[in-house]
Design a binder for this molecule. Structure first.
Ligand SMILES: C[S@@+](CC[C@H](N)C(=O)[O-])C[C@H]1O[C@@H](n2cnc3c(N)ncnc32)[C@H](O)[C@@H]1O
Length: 272
């Protein structure tokens, strides 16, 4: 996923889940290097710039916001909250004040507390973070808070369990944008299988755009096997391309040809 670049380590902390190094990226925004997954959460070229490129613009949020009220975003992997903070700040900076529900999935609860204490107070959405409360319905734990017209929900636990559970318990809406931002398929394989992409399809609005930094053939094949129509998009930093998925429309002849020529097969849960 993330090409080997020099890391500028500016701090560290440990949670019950693992050890984290705090890294300053080239655009001066921070990311975390997870000892548990042995990978950084963002490109070292720039955490905020990568988020704007791959997700805010990758999912065409600014131009599609007005089509839905509220506009619902799902992020796979809360990390240190850069996806949430960058999206909300970007919309505020561009006077895009449409109601928004942002849902994020995170296995390590300590990261939400870390982000509240260390990052969110510098963002334009700090009041939202002050309003975040831990809620529980049966065995589904999540943080939720609202400020002005933005609601943030972070489901705590393994996303393979929490996403279907939250759908069942009607805690989440249908999503218009999906930020597929797990660690790499090699390090975080359960969040890249055909079954996972089918789960994402179940929570998606027909007019959804899924965007991911990954351009790997196995990810593309797995998305297509789960009935996503994929297209190639531009990559961020040293990466040449990224991938987008939709549920409607047709794939280009070029994408179909490339897929048919590749000997790589889709990855199912049973392959892990
Ligand atoms: C690449 S980082 C996400 C970065 C984040 N989008 C941001 O902007 O700060 C991936 C995140 O996914 C989380 N994660 C990995 N496996 C998970 C799982 N099975 N369920 C929920 N979260 C998971 C990791 O703990 C990590 O925080």
């Amino acid at each position: 996923m993330r090409k080997k670049q020099e890391m500028n380590v500016i701090g560290e902390f440990t949670s019950d889940f693992g050890h984290y190094k705090i890294i300053e990226t080239e655009d001066k925004s921070k990311t975390l290097f997870s000892g548990h997954y042995d990978e950084a959460c963002h490109s070292l070229t720039g955490a905020v710039e990568e988020t704007i490129h791959n997700y805010v613009l990758g999912c065409e949020v600014p131009s599609r916001l007005k089509n839905f009220t509220p506009f619902n975003i799902l992020e796979v992997g809360f990390g240190l909250g850069i996806g949430v903070i960058t999206t909300i700040d970007y919309l505020i900076d561009n006077n895009l004040n449409t109601p928004l529900h942002f849902v994020s999935l995170e296995i390590d609860q300590a990261l939400i507390e870390w982000s509240k204490d260390n990052l969110s107070f510098k963002s334009k959405s700090f009041k939202l973070w002050e309003n975040l409360k831990l809620e529980q319905i049966d065995d589904l734990k999540y943080y939720q808070g609202t400020f002005n017209n933005v609601t943030l929900t972070v489901l705590i636990g393994d996303a393979r369990r929490t996403l279907p559970l939250a759908l069942d318990k009607k805690v989440i809406p249908e999503f218009h944008a999906i930020y597929q931002d797990a660690f790499s398929p090699k390090k975080n394989p359960t969040l890249w299988t055909v079954e996972w992409f089918k789960d994402l399809k179940k929570v998606a609005h027909d007019d959804v755009i899924l965007s991911t930094y990954s351009a790997s053939s196995s990810v593309k094949k797995s998305l297509v096997e789960a009935s996503w129509k994929i297209e190639k998009a531009s990559g961020f930093g040293p990466k040449r391309s990224s991938t987008k998925g939709r549920l409607v429309g047709e794939m280009s002849e070029e994408v179909k040809l490339n897929l048919s020529r590749s000997p790589i097969t889709p990855v199912f849960d049973s392959d892990l």
